[in-house]
Design a protein around this ligand. Structure first.
Ligand code: C2E
Ligand code: MG
Ligand code: MG
Length: 711
């Protein structure tokens, strides 16, 4: 290798670079070409010239990617021109020029053939790549088809495909199982034969038609079907439209999920929520709901009837024969009621032995009464439970009203109250609702239920009525009379609520409040008027004498207000002391022992048990106002003698006597004439406020102007 070789190689490299893209660096290129130059020189100078050497060089050039468009031409020109000089003096017998020419021709031929082969290779590669891509695409399609098939076949949800006319084209195994048809059977069926249920809402198939027209792409709903064996199934179905390449509707695909089990469970729960487990009748919830529906719609002239039925003496059956017998009895009653009412009215068990029948769209109360009659009749037949033959009767409250005039609660309550009237009237009958009586009961009920809270809210207040000494017309005491300032009913007198308070027991709290309030007031009067202050007379209900805490309460209240026991008088009626129970008398004795005054109120209205009076620890007898009425009457002489005897007797027992209800001077005169000690009544003053009593106390002689009429 000589310097000339290297120079040649470099010139060749420059020629190649200018004609072709060479993917190797310059140094490597130079080395490569130097290799070629050496090969050429050796070939040209070889002892035996190989004509194939040039060809090989051409092939090598192509392999080395010296394949630019001008590369061959430039290279051959360079070789033809410069190579002879490089060979120097050739050995003898060597035709250097001829060999160069042969080399050049060989290079050209080798180059051309290598280039052709290479482009054939390239075409082949492209062809192969194309083949490979197609095979891959086909494989992918086959894969996705297989995947789809697997999904279709293995899916737990039913999949069905139909054309736009509803002909079923395919149905997967899940769908076949769901409906009980084979694939074969399915493909011979139509959507409309198979999927329509008589209870489908019309909208279901309208929506389907919309989809088929291409107006929507899918819809879903919960729907039921008949299986091939006639059983019913529920599914969640979602139907989608498949369009062709142009977007026109082509197929419909339905996905169905079997929800029959969930649906059954839901139905069962719903049933349980609205039915009585023992009798299978509707329950209270259902009644509330049905009434809610009736009253929710436009009332117009709509009427509704209700029977509230309670078995008579059911508790006795339950207690004496056991709950199993009781349960059987209730079941029989339930089935008789259902039979008697037919399909129209709703029969429900409200609990225990209470049943309700709701009749919608009645015309008048007679409709409901007729049904109540029938119910009574069906009950007449004795009921056999095991060895027992039971006679059952029912008390029924019948209500029939315009929907517009009432509401569900009021209707039920009215029927309930009316049922109690049927009971009170002797059972085994029905009673018809009576608005006025009902109002009374409702008011009583409302008052009773709210009274305790009213005590705490301070809705009660006291009025005071003077007790006047007849001898000097002075104000010696006042009677405290309770009133209720009711937020809706206005001021209520004690006759409206004292009995209710006694029934409910609220009288205990109310009584304590009255005592405390009255004593506070006496404290105020004593502070203001000293010895001239009146004592206060407080009424005690019989029930209060049964409260062990009473003595303690009274003691504490007197103490709290710094009052002498003699400042307080307690009024009680004979009724409180009747009966075998000695408790009230013991209580009275204790109160008497405290030193408070005890008065027997309303004497003459009750038992007139005169010998009994002797044994009672009393200070005073209050004559009921009926005596005042008697003294006013034309036959007053008889009454006057009776009153005189009573006054004498009372005085003999060392009791003072106060006459109640003195309204006229004549009455005042006549009570005075028989020796009555004190009087109370509108003639002196009606019950009034503490301030009105203040005014009387401030007056020098409050009742001085009252003179008894001449007798
Ligand atoms: P009572 O103890 O006999 O009270 C006298 C009743 O006669 C009062 O009726 C009074 O307003 C009324 N009266 C007043 N002046 C006249 C009159 O000139 N002629 C007639 N005919 N009556 C007159 P009121 O306030 O309606 O009280 C009725 C009853 O309620 C009382 O009868 C008493 O038994 C009871 N009561 C009142 N306040 C209380 C209380 O705080 N506790 C209890 N347990 N019962 C009370
Ligand atoms: Mg009284
Ligand atoms: Mg009285």
């Amino acid at each position: 290798m000589t310097v000339h070789h290297e120079e040649f190689a470099q010139r060749w490299a420059e020629a190649i670079i200018s004609t072709s893209y060479v993917p190797i660096g310059r140094r490597v290129l130079d080395e490569r070409l130097l290799g070629f130059v050496t090969q050429m020189v050796e070939a040209a100078l070889a002892v035996e010239f190989d004509p194939a050497a040039g060809r090989q060089l051409g092939v090598d050039m192509v392999a080395a990617h010296f394949t630019g468009t001008e590369t061959l031409r430039e290279s051959l020109a360079l070789i033809a021109e410069e190579l002879p000089a490089l060979l120097g003096c050739a050995p003898p017998g060597v035709d250097a020029a001829g060999r160069v020419a042969q080399l050049v021709a060989g290079i050209a031929a080798g180059y051309a053939s290598a280039l052709r082969e290479r482009s054939l290779d390239e075409q082949d590669a492209i062809y192969r790549a194309g083949l490979r891509a197609r095979r891959q695409a086909e494989q992918a399609l086959a894969d996705s088809e297989a995947k789809f098939r697997a999904t279709f076949t293995e899916a737990a949800i039913g999949i069905g495909i139909a054309d736009l006319d509803g002909n079923i084209l395919d149905a997967n195994p899940a769908m076949q199982k769901m409906f009980g048809y084979t694939h074969e059977e399915f493909t011979q069926r139509n959507v409309y034969q198979t999927m329509v249920h008589p209870d489908d809402a019309p909208s279901v198939w309208e929506t389907n038609a919309e989809m088929i027209r291409g107006e929507r792409d899918h819809f879903r709903l919960e729907k039921r079907y008949y299986r091939s064996d006639g059983d019913e199934i529920w599914t969640n179905i979602s139907v989608s439209l498949v369009r062709d390449e142009d977007g026109a509707p082509a197929y419909q695909v339905a996905l169905l999920e079997d929800v029959t089990e969930q649906r059954r469970l839901r139905d069962k729960l719903e049933y349980q929520a609205y039915h009585d487990p023992l009798t299978g009748l509707a329950n209270r919830q259902r009644v509330t709901e049905r009434l809610g529906q009736i009253f929710a719609g436009p009332a117009g002239q709509r009427r509704v009837g209700l029977c509230f039925l309670d078995l008579d003496g059911f508790k006795v059956v339950n207690d004496s024969l056991g709950h199993d017998v009781g349960d059987e009895l209730l079941k029989t009653v339930a089935s008789r009621l259902t039979r008697c009412c037919g399909s129209g009215p709703l029969v429900a068990r409200m609990g225990g032995d209470e049943f309700v029948i709701i009749i919608e769209d009645t015309t008048c109360v007679a409709d409901v009464a007729a049904l109540a009659d029938q119910v009574q009749a069906t009950m007449a037949e004795p009921i056999r439970v095991g060895d027992h033959e039971l006679s059952v009767t029912a008390s029924i409250g019948v209500v029939e009203q315009r929907v517009a005039d009432t509401d569900p609660d009021a209707l039920l309550q009215a029927a309930d109250i009316t049922m109690y009237r049927a009971k009170a009237d002797g059972k085994a009958r029905y009673a018809m609702y009576d608005q006025r009586r009902n109002d009374n009961v409702v008011t009583r009920f409302t008052l009773s239920a709210t009274m305790l809270a009213a005590v705490e809210r301070g809705e009660f207040f006291l009025e005071y009525q003077p007790l006047a000494a007849l001898a000097d017309r002075s104000l010696c005491g006042v009677e405290a009379l309770v009133r209720w300032r009711h937020p809706t009913f206005g001021v209520l007198g004690p006759k409206r609520f004292i009995d209710l308070a006694a029934e409910s027991g609220t009288i205990v709290q109310l009584g304590r409040w009255v005592l405390a309030r009255a004593c506070q007031q006496v404290r105020v009067w004593q502070d203001a008027f000293g010895a001239a202050a009146p004592f206060v007379s407080v009424n005690l209900a019989p029930r209060q004498l049964h409260e062990p805490a009473l003595v303690g309460d009274v003691t504490q209240i007197l103490l709290d207000n710094g009052l002498e026991p003699s400042s307080l008088q307690l009024e009680l009626t004979e009724q409180a002391l009747m009966g075998d129970d000695t408790g009230p008398l013991t209580m009275l004795t204790k109160l008497h022992g405290l030193g408070v005054r005890i008065a027997l109120d309303d004497f003459g209205t009750g038992y007139w048990n005169l010998p009994h009076l002797r044994q009672l620890p009393l200070h005073e007898l209050k004559l009921a106002s009926s005596f005042a009425v008697g003294l006013q009457s034309p036959s007053h002489l008889v009454d006057q003698r009776i009153v005189a005897a009573l006054v004498d007797m009372a005085h003999a027992l060392e009791l003072t006597v106060t006459a109640e209800g003195i309204e006229t001077p004549l009455q005042l005169a006549r009570f005075g004439a028989v020796g009555c000690d004190a009087g109370q009544g509108s003639l002196f003053a009606p019950p009034g406020t503490a301030q009105q009593i203040d005014a009387l106390l401030q007056a020098a002689s409050p009742f001085g102007g009252l003179s008894g009429e001449s007798l």
